[in-house]
Design a protein around this ligand. Structure first.
Ligand code: BG6
Length: 256
């Protein structure tokens, strides 16, 4: 509309689509690094867009993070839909409960009348624990759900911030640093070119499963996320829509 034209947001959306190689970008005014309400606005936009997908797609996997939590606050449903199924895309025990994929998936389900599938496992598993878990029927069932996932909704993190925040081992933090990782999504750490430099051994959704989902929504804002967004979109599936803010958008354009 007129206000968006005035602010040059539509123009920036066009630029971002071409920089990131995707067909849909939505930019909210201002910078969530400075103004917390901007993150709530990203949540609102994302919720409205997702609601339009509910009649079509029923299996929806969600990750964690504060931007994802902002969506869960805004999601509503005109008519309750018991056929919706929200799937925690990862375990994430150890993270702040409100920002865990499990909590967010549960909130989505509660608000829409859908069902929820949670994954209560630590994000990091030892090789032995991972092997054993993969043979557990409840975990196998989650893996099958990830294969069938139609919508993935996720945040994009700053690699180092997340590595520190998750209380990763010294060895892990070193690998993330030495590998030049700048972004993280789904437990994968990517460098500026989009190469995977480290990957958490997690029972959560795998990148191949994300790639198979017909609709993907990424949410990340704030100029501090610009490098991470640029990095992740080197490998992001082309069916990804990005909802971000002006702060991130300006910085991305400046960096390219
Ligand atoms: C973490 C998620 O908690 O949040 C990550 O596990 C995600 O996968 C990150 O990338 C983004 O967080 P936020 O709070 O900046 O939206």
């Amino acid at each position: 509309d007129f206000m968006r034209e005035m602010a040059g947001l539509s123009d920036m959306e066009k630029q971002l689509k071409s920089i990131l190689g995707i067909t849909r970008v939505l930019i909210l005014p201002q910078d969530s690094d400075d103004i917390p309400a901007v993150k709530a606005n990203i949540g609102k936009e994302a919720a409205r867009l997702l609601e339009t997908k509910f009649p079509l797609y029923k299996k929806i996997a969600v990750t964690g993070g504060s931007t994802m939590a902002a969506i869960s606050k805004e999601i509503t449903a005109d008519k309750k839909d018991a056929s919706l199924q929200f799937i925690a895309a990862r375990g994430g025990l150890g993270e702040d409960v409100l920002h865990q994929a499990n909590t967010i998936a549960s909130l989505f389900a509660e608000k829409t009348g859908g069902a929820v599938k949670t994954l209560y496992l630590p994000d990091h598993l030892s090789a032995e624990a991972y092997e054993m878990m993969m043979r557990e029927p409840v975990i196998k069932e989650m893996m099958e759900l990830y294969d069938q996932t139609e919508v993935v909704v996720h945040g994009i993190g700053n690699a180092e911030e997340i590595a520190l925040h998750r209380k990763s081992s010294v060895e892990e933090v070193n690998r993330i640093r030495n590998g030049g990782a700048v972004s993280e999504a789904f437990g994968y750490y990517f460098d500026k070119e989009g190469n995977v430099v480290y990957r958490i051994r997690t029972a959560g959704i795998q990148m191949e499963q994300v790639q198979n989902a017909p609709f993907i929504l990424a949410v990340a804002g704030g100029r501090s996320k610009a490098t991470a967004i640029l990095s992740y979109f080197k490998i992001a599936p082309p069916q990804t829509t990005l909802i971000t803010d002006e702060g991130a958008a300006r910085k991305i354009i400046e960096l390219t």
